[in-house]
Ligand binder design. Structure first.
Ligand code: TYM
Length: 331
């Protein structure tokens, strides 16, 4: 809450080609909030370097992620769209909050455990304190709501604990944020191993549908998707493959699970998988077209970044100076 205005903040890492998990769990929902909220959406490049990035790719993906925000319906006139490292207050508050976060808390973060297993040769301190920087992103803008996929829920709970702890020591300073997790689409699973999350960094190309995949590739990946025993299109915990495809179909078509079950009653998995591919490709086509147009206009994207950083910086500095005063830093 800034003044009497409620705020929203979320972010996406420019660390890989974004998937339909990122889209359905997060980006698609960013534009779905009522106008009374002031929305801030950032491209979290500081977070991305917790894993080694190729510099030219990081730079390109930063533009691409911003372009995808806009192509997915976020109007830069109505949303503050910015790059995290353009607002130095994120790193500054991140350090301060490190001193109000416990080693034990960070040790329990499942994403840290997963990522340190995956990158055993580079378990850097940033990977460990990653959730504290995320807390800084959120608390700087006094966010009331944070739209995220289910995998970020634990980080949001930590953010709430850090905010509470700080408020208890220094008096009301931060808004304690609530997660916004979509009922359908909060956890899109791998098409090849449907008990695992669909992840940008999955080395198996058939497991992941990317927002920018061409139509024929989308159709092919869904045709190859792993399904379950039996032949019935039914949403059920013992059918993780089919249930995941139904979730994707439901998100892109707006149909309920009951409607989908009725639509495919008596038909086989083959027809169903073709339909999921088509509805996905149809829904992504306008996003892809707008994305291509925007990527041809770097100057426009740079203007958005610049204006976003100025606006975000204004609000971030306000919170940071409040924090500095409360802690006892000399101004
Ligand atoms: P990141 O970049 O991994 O993912 C961006 C968003 O996509 C969601 N998501 C998914 N949702 C459904 N199904 C999936 N398979 C799937 N995969 C990813 C994520 O939950 C996320 O919402 N730490 C964050 C980035 C971040 C952030 C923030 C988010 C940094 N600061 C402040 C919110 C607020 C991350 O790594 O997201």
């Amino acid at each position: 809450m800034i003044g009497d205005q409620k705020t929203i903040l979320s972010g996406v890492q420019p660390s890989g080609n974004l998937t339909i998990g990122n889209y359905l769990g997060a980006i698609k929902n960013f534009s779905a909030f009522p106008a009374e909220y002031k929305p801030f959406y950032c491209v979290v490049d500081l977070h991305a370097i917790t894993v080694r990035q190729v510099p030219a790719e990081l730079r390109r993906r930063t533009y691409e992620t911003l372009a995808l925000y806009i192509a997915s319906g976020l109007d830069p006139e109505k949303n503050v769209l910015f790059v995290q490292s353009h607002v130095p207050a994120h790193a500054e508050l991140g350090w301060i909050l490190d001193c109000y976060t416990m080693f034990g808390e960070l040790s329990r973060m499942t994403q840290f455990k997963d990522k340190s297993a995956k990158h055993a040769d580079n378990i850097n301190a940033g990977l460990f304190t990653y959730p504290v920087l995320m807390a800084a992103d959120i608390l700087l803008y006094q966010a009331d709501l944070v739209p995220i996929g289910a995998d970020q829920k634990q980080h949001l709970e930590l953010t709430r604990n850090i905010a509470d702890r700080f408020n208890q020591v220094y008096g009301e300073t931060f808004t304690v944020p609530e997660p916004y997790i979509a009922a359908t689409g909060m956890k899109i699973m791998s098409l090849q191993e449907p008990t695992l999350k669909m992840s940008k960094s999955d080395p198996n190309p058939n497991a992941v549908v990317r927002i920018l995949d061409p139509r024929d590739e989308i159709l092919r990946k869904f045709k190859r998707a792993v399904t379950d025993s039996g032949a019935e299109v039914r949403f059920s915990p013992d059918k993780p493959g089919v249930s995941n495809l139904m979730t994707i179909y439901s998100c892109f078509s707006g149909k309920t699970f009951a409607e989908i079950e009725a639509e495919f009653a008596g038909k086989g998995y083959g027809d169903f998988k073709t339909a999921v591919g088509e509805v996905t490709a149809d829904a992504l086509a306008p996003v892809q077209a707008e994305f291509a147009r925007l990527m041809n206009d770097k100057a426009y994207l740079e203007n958005v970044m610049k204006s976003g950083a100025e606006q975000a910086g204004y609000y971030a500095r306000k919170t940071l100076s409040k924090v500095r005063r409360k802690i006892g830093f000399v101004n």
